[in-house]
Design a protein around this ligand. Structure first.
Ligand code: ZN
Ligand code: ZN
Length: 609
C-alpha cells in the first residue's frame, strides 16, 4: 500500500513539547519562536525529519505555522484545515487562528512587547516572510533574531534521519527536452536579465532542469538538493546533493551537464560567490532567507526575481502534454473500475472509507504503471466530506451509509504524468439541499472548463466564474479553485493557480486543476475536480482578440444522479453530455464487460436515465 491508516496525531503530546520548547527558548533568551510548516527547501510535502510543526503540535496539514510565546501560543491554518486542526492539536495550549483573516505577523504585532527578542530559523522562511515578520517586530518595539540552530531540533529526541532516496534519470520520452537544451534556454533568459549566477533552492525546479527524479519525499518524486547555475556556458552548473543518492549511471549522466558536490559544501560555495563581482538571481518567493544572508555583505549583488525554471516547467512541452493525456486515460480507467465496483458493492453494505481507498489503489496498481499516489487519497463519507483535506484513519473511518454523499479525491504519479481527480458520489437519495449544492458546484466547474479568455488573463480573474452559482445562493468555499500540476512532479506546482489571490497570467501548456466545492460542517462535502490544460490561443470569428481556453484532461464520469436538472442551462447539459461521450470513447476498451455496461449507464445523456 502507498497509504497507511494509522492515527498519526496525538494532541496529548503538544502540551509537554511546547513546555520543552519554552524551556529551550528561555535558555536562549527568546520571548518566542515561530515554527512554519516548510522545510529548508520550502517544500510543501516534507520528509519526516523536517516535520517540525507536526512534531510540536500534532497538526498534519500541508501549510500553516505556530507561534509559541512564553505564556501563550497560536496555530495559524487556512480554510482547508480549520475543522481538522481542532481535532489534531491541544486547543488548551494552542489557540487556532485563520492564516489569512488573522495572519501571524498581525498577531505578533499585538502580542510582543518592547524589547522582546523573537526567534526564527532563517533556513525555514522565505525573505518575503521575514520582511513581514521584521515589520511586525519593529512596530511592537521587539527584535527579530535569526537562530543559528533550530530550537525545535534541540529538543526533538529520536528525530528521524534525513532521507536518502535514490535519484533516477527522467527519460527523454517523458521529459521531451534534454537537460543540455533546457540549460541553454535557461542561460539565454539569465543573460537577457543580466544575471551572472542563478541560485536554485527548489528541488522540483532542479529536478525539472536536470531531468532527474528522486525518492526523498512521499508522493512527490523530487530529490532534495540545491544548485548554482552560471549564465556563462563555459562554466558548468553545480549540483549540491548527498552523494549516496547517486548510483554510477546517474552520476555519469549528471556529470555531463553539472559538477557534483555534497550539500555540506553549499555554504562555502555561497561565500565564494559573495566575494566576486557578480549579479546573483535569488527568488525571494521561494528561497530561504538564509541564502540572502549568506550572499549579503560582499562584492556580489543580489537581484531578486523569479527562478526562470518555475515558468519554463509550468509550460508543458508537446511530449509532456501527450504523456499527460495518456496518464489521464489510464488513471480514468482505474477510477471508472472503482466507481463501477462502488455502485455494485456499497448498496450491499459493509464498505467503509478505508475499504474504498484500498480498492481504488488496487485498480491503480493494476495499471502496472503507477509509481506512487500523488497524495494520500481523501475518502470521505457524510460529515467527513466537509473536512477539505481529510485523511482517513482507523479512528475516523466511517461506514458508507445510504442517502449520503461520498467524496473521493485522489491521484497517481506515473512517469508520463501526475493526476488529481475528485468525484462526489450519491449513495441512495441525496436531500434536495445536497442536489442544489451539488449542481451549483457543477455549474462552477463547467464555467471554468468552458471559459475563454484573452492572453494575459490571470487565474484570479477566472476564479469568480467557479463561484458565481454558489454566490447566487449566498454560499462559497474556503479554498482555491485550482492549482498548477507538475509532470511526474509535485501535484501542487507554482506559479499558476485559480484563486482569490496571488496568481500569474495563464499560459498555453499549463496544467491546472478545476475544483470548486461546497462544504457543510458536520453534514457533507462536495467537490468536482478535473485537470485542465491551457490550449493555444484561437482567433474568434469576427472577434478582435485570440482567446485561450481549457482542454479537460481528466477522463472520469461525473455522477449525474445528484444533479437538480432544473438548475442547469441547456449549454451546461450539453457540456456534461459531450464530456461523457469523450470519457466513454476514451475508456471503454480498457474495461471488462460489466465495467463497460456500467460506463455506458454512467455516461448516458442527462434526462435519458
Ligand atoms: Zn484533488
Ligand atoms: Zn487538486
Amino acid at each position: 500500500m502507498f497509504q497507511t491508516f494509522d492515527a498519526i496525531s496525538d494532541p496529548a503530546r503538544g502540551k509537554e513539547r511546547i513546555a520543552a520548547l519554552r524551556a529551550e527558548l528561555e535558555q536562549r533568551g527568546l520571548e518566542g519562536f515561530i515554527i512554519p510548516h516548510s522545510d529548508e527547501y520550502q517544500n510543501e510535502s516534507l520528509p519526516p525529519s523536517a516535520q517540525r510543526l507536526y512534531w510540536v503540535t500534532g497538526f498534519t496539514g500541508s501549510a500553516g505555522c505556530a507561534i509559541v510565546l512564553k505564556d501563550r501560543a497560536s496555530i495559524f491554518v487556512d480554510g482547508r484545515y480549520t475543522l481538522q486542526v481542532g481535532e489534531q492539536v491541544d486547543t488548551g495550549v494552542l489557540t487556532v487562528r485563520h492564516l489569512i483573516e488573522e495572519p501571524p505577523y498581525r498577531w505578533l504585532e499585538r502580542e510582543l512587547a518592547f524589547g522582546d527578542r523573537f526567534g526564527y530559523d532563517p533556513r525555514l522562511h522565505t525573505s518575503d516572510n521575514i520582511t513581514r515578520l521584521e515589520k511586525a517586530c519593529a512596530s511592537a518595539g521587539a527584535r527579530l533574531v535569526a537562530c543559528d540552530t533550530n530550537p525545535v531540533d534541540a529538543i526533538w529526541s529520536n528525530r528521524p534521519a534525513p532521507p536518502a532516496g535514490m535519484v533516477s534519470l527522467h527519460a527523454p520520452e517523458y521529459a521531451g527536452e534534454a537537460a543540455a537544451d533546457k540549460l541553454t534556454r535557461l542561460r539565454r533568459e539569465l543573460e537577457h536579465d543580466r544575471v551572472d549566477m542563478l541560485v536554485m533552492t527548489q528541488p522540483e525546479s532542479i529536478a525539472w532542469l536536470l531531468n532527474i527524479r528522486g525518492a526523498d519525499i512521499v508522493h512527490t518524486p523530487v530529490p532534495l538538493c540545491y544548485a548554482i547555475v552560471p549564465a556563462m556556458a563555459e562554466e558548468k552548473p553545480r549540483l549540491f546533493i548527498e552523494p549516496r543518492k547517486l548510483d554510477g549511471k546517474v552520476r555519469q549522466e549528471l556529470g555531463k551537464v553539472a559538477t557534483l558536490h555534497e550539500e555540506g559544501e553549499l555554504a562555502a560555495a555561497l561565500a565564494e560567490l559573495k566575494a566576486r563581482d557578480l549579479t546573483i538571481r535569488l527568488d525571494p518567493m521561494v528561497a530561504a532567507h538564509w541564502f540572502a544572508q549568506q550572499l549579503t555583505g560582499g562584492l556580489a549583488r543580489i537581484q531578486n526575481g523569479a527562478d526562470p525554471c518555475v515558468m519554463m516547467k509550468a509550460r508543458k512541452n508537446a511530449t509532456e502534454i501527450s504523456g499527460a493525456r495518456a496518464a489521464h486515460i489510464r488513471d480514468g480507467a482505474a477510477m471508472a473500475r472503482f466507481l463501477c465496483w462502488f455502485d455494485r458493492e456499497v448498496p450491499r453494505g459493509g464498505i467503509d472509507e478505508i475499504t474504498a481507498v484500498q480498492r481504488l489503489e488496487a485498480y491503480r496498481v493494476e495499471t502496472g504503471q503507477i509509481k506512487d499516489l500523488s497524495f494520500d487519497t481523501i475518502s470521505a463519507s457524510g460529515p467527513n466530506g466537509a473536512i477539505v483535506h481529510y485523511r482517513v484513519t482507523h479512528a475516523s473511518n466511517r461506514q458508507l451509509r445510504n442517502n449520503s454523499l461520498y467524496l473521493v479525491d485522489s491521484g497517481a504519479q506515473y512517469l508520463d504524468g501526475t493526476t488529481d481527480v475528485t468525484r462526489t458520489i450519491a449513495i441512495g437519495q441525496p436531500s434536495d439541499e445536497m442536489r442544489d449544492r451539488y449542481t451549483r458546484v457543477l455549474k462552477g466547474h463547467i464555467a471554468i472548463a468552458t471559459a475563454r479568455f484573452p492572453i494575459g488573463t490571470t487565474g484570479t480573474q477566472l476564479d469568480p466564474f467557479a463561484r458565481r452559482a454558489l454566490w447566487d445562493a449566498g454560499i462559497d468555499y474556503d479554498h482555491g479553485t485550482g492549482h498548477g500540476v507538475g509532470s511526474y512532479l509535485s501535484v501542487h506546482e507554482g506559479p499558476a493557480r485559480i484563486a482569490k489571490t496571488q496568481s500569474v497570467a495563464l499560459e498555453q501548456g499549463m496544467i491546472l486543476s478545476n475544483e470548486p466545492g461546497y462544504y457543510k460542517a458536520g453534514e457533507y462535502g462536495i467537490r468536482i475536480e478535473n485537470l485542465v490544460l491551457v490550449r493555444e490561443p484561437v482567433e474568434i470569428k469576427q472577434g478582435e482578440y485570440p482567446l485561450l481556453s481549457f482542454e479537460t484532461l481528466t477522463m472520469v464520469p461525473i455522477d449525474t444522479r445528484p444533479i437538480a436538472p432544473g438548475l442547469l442551462t441547456p449549454q451546461e447539459i450539453q457540456w456534461v453530455d459531450a464530456y461523457h461521450e469523450q470519457v466513454r470513447d476514451a475508456l471503454t476498451i480498457h474495461l471488462n464487460q460489466e465495467e463497460q455496461d456500467w460506463l455506458a449507464r454512467a455516461t448516458m445523456p442527462i434526462g435519458r436515465h
